[in-house]
Design a binder for this molecule. Structure first.
Ligand code: WT7
Length: 655
């Protein structure tokens, strides 16, 4: 494990207090108010969450025990009965929100749709009944492999309604990756679309599902439900494949929400880790509902007049928690956009903000850096005056990008919430409360009330202010992951065994390096494991290495991240070849394409370098530190004397 490094940019000292125009209407509007909440929560987190659970959510039956903590396994609201689709839909229907816009959708080719809470409820009920008619029962897993269309959210809510855990697989994953995930989850049904629009092209989603299921590739899948989107020609397999619109047309629009145990599984979401195989992160119903509800409400200071837009894809946790569940549970208006900025339409985000009068805009540093490169003219040509709050997520934001976001997009009047969290945490962990906590460019600031976070060394001892260490969480929280699907041991090993418990208190190890400054502000410095972040997409280097060595030409592969101005990191692969193959540009292309086939377009290596040998220790371990230096064109740092063969480095430098 590499130790975190402190970069010079972290000597940032600028401080931005929430503007009066914002605090005037903010629900939590002073640092003292934040501190009072945080102190109350820290005194008894379980009690704090229990009070909120009672106040904020509808329960069919109250719980008996707020928290049952058998480290590292937590159960929240034990004995309580709840349904998140009920909390996101039904409970709003008896209020004026019945006819409020729940989902505003902007399609890639310029089509659009708005669904009110009543309309969304109706469609979710219909699709829930369709799923039932196809034999899906409470507890059955359903795969969702969809473009960014309303049906993706409808599918998730329909699954939640009948108690069938969903596993959403990002549309950019390949058929191979889809197959692995569907098999791991033993999905009974897959919901997909004929295709999706992506950057002026279409992607053949249904064809990928066909490939994944070919030759009984996923034995558990019985049916495939297909949304018509691009009208691409698809082959419908008799008895297995069904058109969504045909079945929906005949489905009953009444479907009572299943009364779920608070701890029943809501979804599995696969994410990359240190080993080759992605982990199925398990989230359950009650705690996840409460936590995404509360973090959305406070961090975005949500009001009924807001038009909130998160630019993530529903295939990631950000889309789950902060496009679908958090906003809808609050009765908010959430925007969903199918497009992405691309050379043919670089200003499309600003068009969407202007068209719908977006008030809260939540995106990723990689997007912000790309916008900076495209020039200020694009956002300046649009009316962005509706904006009142900005957010960022996915990777550390460099202070320059933060300042550009603040000035050019926020016109110096919108607070920026830099939200640090993970697939595993379910919701925001360290983030400013915008009307209360002054911000510093590049810092995620302070923990959310009820979250006890710290920076410690490998023994679990807190490090001094300003010193680098490991970000940990010291008390269970409602939306923490419950386990790795089907693998409790991997859950324990990955998150709870790197750092020993302190006085009986278990520490959740996030895998991020961080430091805390004199004001207690957190500065996240990035992953300390073999996980890299490419345009905010989390990828395991081992996963990419496994994909490379599955090609017959490759003997050995080592993958590292190389700093990239826009993407944050890019994939740099060192490859040694089997004897009968020789290096060529054609082979480089072939290997890049092979990785795309094995994992998906998001894992395409930026650079492949052929080598005669890789630098190794005498015991045969690849020395990644050296490869990282080589990839970034820096001098080899550190001692090379442990190397088995010194000439390997010279060869790599020259080649
Ligand atoms: C990893 C989690 C959480 C939704 C998106 C990514 C990095 C995330 C921040 C931030 C610095 C961040 C961390 C984390 N990360 N947000 N605001 N500042 N780093 O979810 O794919 O599970 O990745 O993203 O390294 O561990 P994910």
């Amino acid at each position: 494990m590499a130790s975190p490094t402190i970069e010079s940019v972290l000597n940032e000292s600028r401080l931005f207090s929430p503007p009066a125009s914002f605090t005037d209407t903010a629900a939590i509007n002073s640092l003292d108010a934040y501190k009072a909440l945080a102190e109350k929560a820290a005194a008894d987190p379980a009690k704090f969450w229990a009070e909120l659970a009672e106040q904020e959510l509808h329960w069919f039956k109250p719980w008996d025990t707020a928290l049952d903590w058998q480290p590292p396994f937590a159960k929240w609201f034990v004995g309580g009965k709840i349904n998140i689709s009920y909390n996101c839909l039904d409970r709003h229907l008896t209020t004026w929100r019945r006819n409020k816009a729940a989902l505003i959708w902007e399609g890639e080719p310029g089509d659009s749709r708005t669904l009110t809470y009543a309309q969304l409820h109706r469609e979710v009920c219909q699709v829930a009944n369709v799923l039932k008619s196809l034999g899906v029962k409470k507890g059955d897993r359903v795969g969702i492999y969809m473009p960014m269309i309303p049906e993706a959210a409808i599918a998730m809510l329909a699954c939640a309604r009948i108690g069938a855990p969903h596993t959403v697989i990002f549309g950019g994953f390949s058929a191979e990756a889809l197959k692995d995930r569907l098999n791991d989850a033993e999905a009974k049904l897959v919901i997909t679309a004929d295709g999706g629009f992506r950057k002026d092209k279409t992607i053949a989603l249904k064809a990928a599902v066909d490939d994944a299921l070919a030759d009984n590739g996923v034995p558990s899948v019985e049916n495939v439900l297909v949304v018509q989107r691009t009208k691409a020609a698809v082959t419908m397999h008799e008895g297995r494949d069904h058109w969504w619109h045909e079945l929906q047309a005949h489905a009953d629009a009444h479907c009572p929400a299943e009364e779920m145990d608070a701890e029943d599984m809501l979804f599995i979401l696969y994410t990359s880790g240190t080993t080759g195989k992605p982990k199925g992160v398990v989230h359950t119903t009650g705690g996840y509902n409460l936590y995404t509800h509360t973090t959305f409400k406070w961090t975005f200071d949500i009001k009924d007049t807001d038009v909130y837009w998160c630019t993530a894809d529903v295939g990631w946790i950000t889309g789950h928690s902060y496009i679908v569940y958090g906003p809808l549970s609050n009765g908010a208006t959430t925007v969903m956009y199918e497009g992405v900025p691309r050379p043919s339409n670089p200003g499309c985000f600003w068009d969407v903000i202007e068209k719908y009068g977006v008030t809260i805009f939540y995106t990723a540093p990689t997007a912000i850096r790309a916008f900076i490169k495209m020039g200020d003219e694009l956002p300046k040509a649009r009316d962005l005056s509706s904006l009142r709050l900005l957010g960022t997520v996915g990777e550390p934001i460099n202070p320059e990008a933060w300042m550009w976001y603040h000035t050019v997009i926020g016109k110096e009047k919108c607070p920026i919430v830099d939200t640090w969290w993970q697939t595993e945490t379910g919701g925001f962990m360290v983030t400013p409360i915008p009307g209360a906590v002054p911000t510093k460019p590049g810092s995620a600031t302070l923990p959310f009330p009820g979250i006890i976070a710290d920076v410690v060394d490998l023994d679990g001892h807190p490090v001094a202010p300003g010193e680098g260490g490991y970000l940990v969480i010291k008390h269970p929280w409602p939306s923490m992951m419950r386990t790795v699907y089907g693998n409790d041991e991997r859950y324990r090993r990955t998150y709870w065994e790197h750092i020993p418990p302190q006085d009986g208190q278990y520490l959740y190890f996030a895998g991020d390096g961080a430091r805390k400054d004199e004001d207690g502000y957190f500065w996240v410095m990035g992953r300390v494991d073999d996980v890299i972040s490419v345009s905010g997409h989390r990828l395991g280097t081992m996963e990419i290495e496994s994909a490379l060595v599955s090609h017959p030409a490759v003997a050995e592969a080592a993958v590292v991240g190389r700093k990239d101005d826009i993407k944050g990191e890019d994939i740099y692969a060192f490859v040694t070849l089997e004897g009968q193959y020789s290096p060529s540009d054609a082979l480089k292309q072939e290997l890049k394409d092979h990785v795309v086939k094995e994992i998906g377009i998001i894992a395409r290596p930026g650079e492949i370098k052929f080598a005669d040998a890789l630098p190794k220790t005498r015991s045969g371990k690849i020395i990644r530190r050296f490869l990282r230096s080589l990839a970034s064109g820096e001098a080899i740092a550190g001692d090379a004397s442990t190397m088995e063969d010194q000439s390997v480095l010279d060869q790599l430098r020259e080649g």
